[in-house]
Write a protein that binds this ligand. Structure first.
Ligand code: FUB
Length: 331
């Protein structure tokens, strides 16, 4: 089944357009994305720039049994977004029971690899991290293996919340883990298997202090920035912290918090990803948060704001906004 593309109406952007009219002093209206980026409950957003577009793959934030598909969203400028419905559906995953979570995306050549977690797996059950492939970022994605890529619980890490990072030497590493433990594995040539590290081990635990879930890795000016979510995702205390290292395996010593609730804007800001603007040292953090007054754990919306590096290489705590970001060109 081909996924259907529909234009997303920008209710937040439009209202902010009116609010911000004339704010640049030249009488010209500054158009921003608005936050949330679109209507609907969506969490754990993986933002990735491909072919000059930003694609966001979020979790459908609903009860576990209702989490049976993934939608995606694309934009050329971070302001106008197109929704691509059901790029991956549970019916195409033979081992699926419930809880399709936290996608991660890699494009290599003309193939798109969509990593997902399914089943909220526990010891002795079938589930964990799977991989689906397609020739189009909007799918339809097909389960590549017919079984999980990582099913076992290694070192206490629930196999969920995977993020795949490509290092400058061409190696791909997958960081993953819930239940307060994070592992890194080395991806095989086919990006659908894992292979041993040079020392023969398959899994390395890299859990930093306070880590809960949602790992993300970014390399900038030779420094590895490892980021993760802390607290409980159903509550207001959920937030993001980071560490810096000179290699992809750490040790990752916690530097500080970079994303958290703002009592005037939203609560439970976490489970994020980061993208970079074209040709500039400008970064954007894509994350979910809970609107003020909402208490349902699944009432999470996807947002974007600027992520700024200080001159000394540390990360400035993010100011979460209702405005979101202005138009930008992407790489
Ligand atoms: O949406 C399901 C789960 O919520 C994710 O896997 C967690 O990281 C949390 O954000």
């Amino acid at each position: 089944m081909r996924s259907k593309t529909i234009q997303v109406f920008h209710f937040a952007a439009l209202s902010l357009l009116l609010l911000s009219a004339g704010c640049n002093g030249g009488g010209k209206v500054t158009e921003t994305s608005g936050n949330p980026l679109w209507e609907g409950w969506y969490a754990d957003p993986e933002g990735v720039v491909m072919n000059g577009e930003c694609w966001i793959y979020p979790t459908t934030s609903a009860r576990y049994r209702q989490q049976r598909w993934l939608d995606a969203f694309s934009s050329r400028d971070l302001v106008h977004w197109t929704k691509h419905e059901r790029v991956l559906i549970a019916d195409s995953i033979s081992w699926f029971r419930q809880a399709l979570w936290a996608p991660a995306m890699v494009k290599r050549g003309d193939t798109y690899y969509l990593y997902f977690a399914a089943n909220d797996v526990h010891e002795g059950e079938v589930g964990g991290i799977g991989v689906a492939t397609a020739k189009n970022p909007a799918g339809p994605f097909s389960d590549a293996l017919g079984k999980p890529l990582i099913n076992d619980i290694v070192g206490g890490a629930q196999p969920i919340d995977q993020f795949v990072f490509r290092d400058d030497d061409g190696e791909y590493y997958m960081y993953y883990g819930g239940w307060g433990h994070c592992n890194v594995v080395r991806m095989g040539e086919d990006l659908s298997s894992i292979r041993p590290f040079p020392d023969g081990t398959m899994f390395r635990e890299i859990t930093p202090e306070n880590y809960v879930e949602g790992p993300f890795m970014l390399k900038r000016n030779g420094t590895y920035y490892f980021m993760w979510s802390e607290g409980g995702w159903t509550g207001p205390s959920y937030h993001v912290a980071y560490a810096m290292a000179d290699n992809p395996f750490g040790p990752f010593r916690r530097v500080g918090t970079i994303l958290e609730s703002d009592p005037d804007v939203a609560t439970g800001a976490g489970h994020h990803s980061v993208i970079k603007a074209r040709g500039k040292d400008e970064y954007y953090i894509i994350y979910h948060r809970r609107p003020l007054g909402e208490t349902d754990g699944n009432h999470r919306v996807t947002c974007i704001d600027r992520l700024v590096f200080e001159k000394d290489g540390t990360i400035r705590p993010v100011k979460i906004t209702f405005e979101g970001v202005a138009k930008t060109r992407l790489k």
